[in-house]
Design a protein around this ligand. Structure first.
Ligand SMILES: [Zn+2]
Length: 257
């Protein structure tokens, strides 16, 4: 299994990162993809990748909720770091980037600009993207169409849209990142993944956030991804091994890892 969205470098793991990684390996996870958040997370993310080079790769980008006054400077620094290091620092994608209008719409225009700029880096270097989208599917599709490109590589991380958005994402070349929310009561994700099919599903945890049942309310960690895989096995009436095989191969293809 590959956890395609882990923040294992987060201070939430400062006391037991080593053990959390061992637990992940014990359940059969072979790799973690670590997306960046903002300037303050770059150092810890990079250190984690240097410490666990066979187990982690990272993505570079500026998260939409971090777009606020001074964002142009931040984006410039992220860009400099990215272009100076992408060939050597095990950056397998641009991320996480996107639009988030859930908490605050103040910087909607700036979020769009930052998103589009980072999408252009990805297209220029032919790298996949890890998209964070919350209450902003229409806006994301509008920005993507303005790029005048009909095929993209990457993932709608923590997919939270409906079936129409899922179909549209897949038709543009994206996969859906599916994590703990799949296991929540009343989630509409089981119907959506079933209709979209396993070939477009990437598994992820988004740890330390959004733990699956039975760990809701607690800290999430990569090893809990097995509950997501088990739930997918239920939904598709397959065994966990074949789910693992397909979704792992999807991750290899999407991120070229
Ligand atoms: Zn994240």
């Amino acid at each position: 299994m590959i956890d395609t969205h882990s923040h294992i470098y987060d201070p939430a793991f400062d006391n037991d990162r080593e053990q959390a990684i061992l637990r992940a390996k014990e359940v059969g996870i072979t790799q973690l993809i670590l997306p960046n958040v903002d300037l303050s997370t770059v150092k810890q993310m990079r250190e984690t990748v240097e410490r666990y080079p066979d187990f982690t790769v990272c993505a570079m980008g500026l998260h939409p909720t971090e777009i606020r006054d001074g964002w142009r400077e931040d984006l410039k620094s992220i860009k400099e770091d990215f272009y100076a290091n992408y060939a050597t620092a095990r950056y397998c994608a641009i991320g996480e980037i996107g639009i988030d209008l859930y908490w605050d719409k103040t910087y909607i225009d700036e979020q769009k600009l930052a998103f589009k700029e980072q999408m252009k880096w990805a297209l220029e270097l032919d790298l996949p993207v890890i998209l964070h989208i919350r209450k902003a599917y229409a806006e994301i599709f509008e920005e993507l169409s303005s790029l005048r490109h009909n095929h993209f590589k990457g993932v709608f991380h923590c997919f939270g849209g409906g079936i129409e958005e899922a179909r549209k994402a897949v038709s543009l070349g994206f996969s859906l990142g599916i994590g703990g929310v799949l296991t929540y009561k009343n989630s509409n994700l089981p119907n959506i993944v079933k209709e979209i099919g396993l070939d477009y599903i990437l598994t992820e945890t988004d740890d330390p956030y959004l733990p699956p049942v039975p760990y809701r309310g607690m800290r999430n960690e990569p090893s809990y991804m097995k509950f997501v895989v088990d739930k997918l096995a239920d939904i598709f009436d397959e065994n966990a091994e074949s789910i693992d095989e397909i979704t792992t191969s999807n991750a290899h293809k999407t991120f070229n890892i």
